[in-house]
Unconditional design. Sequence first.
Lengths: 146, 367
Amino acid sequence: MTVSLSVGEVAQQITERFPDVIVEADDTSIVVNSESLLAVATFLKDTPGLDFDYLSAITAVDYYDYFELVYQLISITHNHSLVVKTRCYERENPAVPSIVSLWQGADFQEREIYDLMGIRFDGHPNLKRIVLWEGFEGHPLRKDYL
Amino acid sequence: MALRTEPFFLNIGPVHPSTHGVFRMRATLDGEVIIDLEPVFGYLHRGIEKLAEERTYSGVIPLTDRLDYLASMSNNLAYVLAVEKLAGISVPERAEYLRVIIAELQRIASHLIAVGAFLNDCGAFFTPFLYMFREREKIVDLFEMVSGQRLLYNYMRIGGFTQDIPDEFLPALDKFVRQMPTFINEYDRLLMENEILLARAKGVGILPEELAINISASGPVLRASGVKWDIRKADPYSIYDRFDFEIPTGTVGDCYDRYRVRVEEMRQSLRIIKQAMAQIPSGAVRSEVPHLIRPPAGEAYAHIEAPKGELGFYLVSDNSIAPYRCHIRAPSLLNLAALREMIVGWKIQDAIIIFGSIDITMGEVDR
């Protein structure tokens, strides 16, 4: 059974290493500020005992006030999981760091979020639309699109 | 003096018999060798995630049928599991067993097409494919018996099923389960050591273990690379923890291993179906769930081991009758990310086989 890691323990480990990056933590997920996302992700991937080697899914949710990016992380080595979130309060030109350099599996998913939700991923090697055509106007999954 | 050459661009698809749907590959060639490749897709994009936001929770189920249309039942299952997790709905025991039986039948049906189409790509033009289709037909008949449909079943509901199975279902299933191993053995004998298959698939399109994990591959593609990771064992959903089965894995991660893993998985699925048939209790197949449900505000992610890999639904509820957000983690899309890594360095005729060995459905890639 995939054990959902106790958020409290992981949060403590992260805070010891990077103070003030955790914005919020509930029972199931931690929210980190978007500037530190890449550093926290690297920490989660490379720390022995955590070893989050598998990025299961990324998604974005539009809450009007902010966009929330949700990363479902799994460690195949230890069979545990963690949900990491980050928020982006900018609406005109939202951007978060790309994690393609850590998990190549993020490539298509970040392109999809860029395409449908209009969030830029800084550092993505090939950020362009993926399912809609070049020249399409707007980002359909945003709540104010229709 | 060496001949001066320059790279050549070749467009394969979007309409091409071997691309399993409307899929385009933009290949850069050096002679016959592919030096770069860009997958281009989106031709079947219907905006299912957006459409789901406008429908009631039950109304999304028919949309999920249209994701991986060769494994509709698995899509139904992943979605209803996510809603049940979100709303805290339990499922009667009989329905749990039925779900396992049906999901495993669907896995066999999907793998039959995967293997058949793969052999087709290898050059065994339509003979094995039609034999696989003949066997798949028996599963489709079983599904027609329970749901009245032959492709897009729309059979599962939040809390169970639309209706119980008819009386003739279990005897017909029993007949199928007894016949199927003979069929698998027969074709496995014919193909396992087939010289042409070995020459074309062995050692071709290798996906190393570490890369397979890093690139978020799942399902047979991940397991063929030697990773023993199956959500049915790693994070058992429904009642998979009650059954005894193995996780077949490959060693090298080449096209042949992916083919072998699928054949072995069919055998394991039959094992699970046999155990479930022996244990299935009588009783209701649907718990009392109102037609319009309003799950408490919150979010849930449920994932299953679909035939093609990890199929996950991320649902966000705002306590209304429609999902606020419905994200689909599609195994075909993420397995496709590995395509470039597998193909670069191989010749153009190998590209078709490597692509076929991933087994994707465009309905799921584009959504």
